[in-house]
Design a protein around this ligand. Structure first.
Ligand code: ADP
Ligand code: GLC
Length: 490
């Protein structure tokens, strides 16, 4: 039997404790799959107000611990809880840094002190592991918020405790690079001379915590095979393609999975009627209810309804959708969209909806139960992303018998296959332009009208299984490889 690995799993958000996007879904469900595969995990994340509300039990495991931030030593306390699946999670508590209405910023922009907040968090993670004597076999870090950890382990924490601890750094999105002014380097606790250079975390005169993660981790991965190749190009690397190419030998793509305990039409408590591949009739009720809830004309019951649940961000290709909206409505369709994020996109959508009363329903803000109802009640699910590292909603939509229409990029490309001659689960278009999106939608509607073909597409999708088990096994394989490499090279 293979040995159990001790894994310190570090993320700035995780379901059910705090969520702004897909990272939280991954950090919530991958540790469950790893635990089921016999691993010994501690999730570590900050304690936000939303976290307090869902913690089942709250035990202070460290009353007070000193954490450096530049020349200061600040106090933190640490709480621990186990989720319903009994994966232990540790929460770093510091009121002034993490007790805020949102995770990273307000509508006005990012919080001004995000460097301070996540530098503090990274130091705290390593100190907490030491204090609790949790000697990890691997540290698994996610996104820029944790990107300082691999560098810290080569600097102030390069000690006996962490001597043989490799770090895996997972990139969920190249668009968020954690860039801060170079003159703030002092805050991080890293010596400039060792770290602040082109091969280090210096990035055009600034500090980039994403770059720090990429450069100093033992290995780097992204959340789909296609995206791991894309980011080595100029278009998708967003300025980091050079350093990613330097690390090509240690870069891989591991597809995210789906937590079918949460995203499953057979047992979803958020939807008005459950249904399954064997008896899909409940989906019609979900459609009727969501049409009502979002204020659409009941006559649209017989027409194709397009759903979308998304962060409102340039990444997600909402501009492409806005460009074709009038033409889409002329095809006698309905659109239901739930989004939060960029206020300018929100305004543009609200404006467009006004022109089509009873045909477009827009929900704003973050509303998880509504997200479930839209995914269940729509016929099609639209994801016209300009880039998409993995994308989870297309995989959710498939399970709910909602046919995805996606741009062939990143994880969308790896999970959606264009329907043709009875095979395939959705529709894909290549170019990031409104013409190709519209042509793809028109083709998809033709299939919607043919009930035999439609049933086939829906069934093909519902049969798909993107379970975490397979991906967890790939992560474990990678953890073991990194660990044995460290034992050899030290
Ligand atoms: P990303 O992480 O880039 O936002 P993903 O597709 O990986 O994209 O994950 C998005 C997750 O966030 C999904 O679980 C989706 O349901 C959820 N989501 C996005 N926007 C909202 C919203 N406004 N309300 C509720 N859930 C949302
Ligand atoms: C990011 C990406 C998304 C991915 C998610 C989880 O936020 O934008 O594509 O699914 O992380 O890995």
């Amino acid at each position: 039997m293979e040995s159990t690995l001790k894994i310190l799993f570090v993320s700035s958000e995780a379901v059910p404790y705090a969520k702004s996007g897909g990272l939280a879904d991954v950090a919530g469900s991958l540790p469950i799959a790893l635990t089921e595969a016999g691993m010994d995990i501690r999730i570590v994340m900050p304690l936000y107000p939303s976290t307090k509300k869902v913690m089942l039990d709250k035990t202070a495991v460290i009353e007070k611990i000193a954490v450096p931030l530049g020349d200061l030593q600040l106090a933190a306390s640490v709480y621990m809880t186990r989720s319903t699946k009994r994966v232990p999670a540790l929460f770093v508590h510091r009121e002034d840094l993490f007790s805020r209405p949102a995770l990273y910023g307000s509508r006005a922009g990012d919080y001004y002190d995000n460097l301070e907040r996540f530098t503090f968090f990274c130091h705290a993670v390593l100190r907490v592991a030491r204090e609790l004597d949790f000697r990890p076999d691997i540290i698994h870090c996610h996104d820029w918020q944790t990107g300082l950890i691999p560098a810290l382990l080569r600097g102030p924490y390069n000690d006996d405790f962490f001597k043989n601890t490799p770090v895996l750094f997972t990139i969920h999105n190249m668009g968020y690079q954690g860039v801060f002014p170079g003159h703030k380097l002092n805050l991080t606790g890293l010596k400039g001379i060792d770290f602040y250079h082109q091969e280090g975390l210096e990035y055009w005169g600034n500090i980039s915590l994403l770059k720090s993660g990429i450069v100093y981790a033992d290995a780097v991965n992204t959340v789909s095979p296609t995206y791991s190749q894309e980011i080595c190009t100029r278009e998708f690397g967003l300025g980091m393609e050079g350093i990613l190419n330097n690390r090509k030998d240690s870069l891989s793509g591991i597809l995210n999975g789906v937590d079918y305990e949460i995203w499953n039409p057979e047992k979803d408590k958020n939807i008005p009627r459950n249904y399954s591949i064997k008896n899909i009739s409940g989906k019609t009720i979900c459609k009727r209810e969501v049409i009502k809830e979002m204020g659409l004309d009941s006559s649209l019951m017989e027409k194709p309804i397009f759903g979308m649940v998304s962060r409102l961000d340039k990444q997600k290709g909402l501009d492409l959708l806005l460009e074709i909206l009038d033409k889409l409505m002329a095809l006698d369709t309905g659109l239901i969209l739930l989004g939060s994020g960029d206020p300018a996109i929100e305004t543009a959508l609200a404006q467009a909806a006004k022109g089509h009363p009873g045909k477009i329903g827009i929900g704003t803000g973050f509303n998880d139960p509504l997200a479930h109802r839209i995914i269940a009640g729509s016929d099609f699910f639209l994801i016209p992303s300009r880039y998409e590292p993995c994308g989870l909603t297309q995989m959710y939509a498939l399970k709910y018998g909602t046919v995805p229409i996606v741009r062939a990029t990143g994880g969308l490309n790896d999970t959606v296959s264009s329907y043709e001659k009875g095979m395939g689960n959705g529709f894909k278009f290549r170019g990031a332009n409104p013409e190709e999106l519209f042509a793809c939608i028109k083709l998809a509607i033709e299939f919607y009208k043919n009930r035999t073909e439609w049933k086939r597409i829906v069934t093909n999708g519902m049969k798909e299984e993107f379970s975490w088990k397979k991906s967890a096994d790939r992560y474990i394989e990678l953890y073991r490889k990194l660990k044995s490499q460290r034992m050899i090279t030290g």
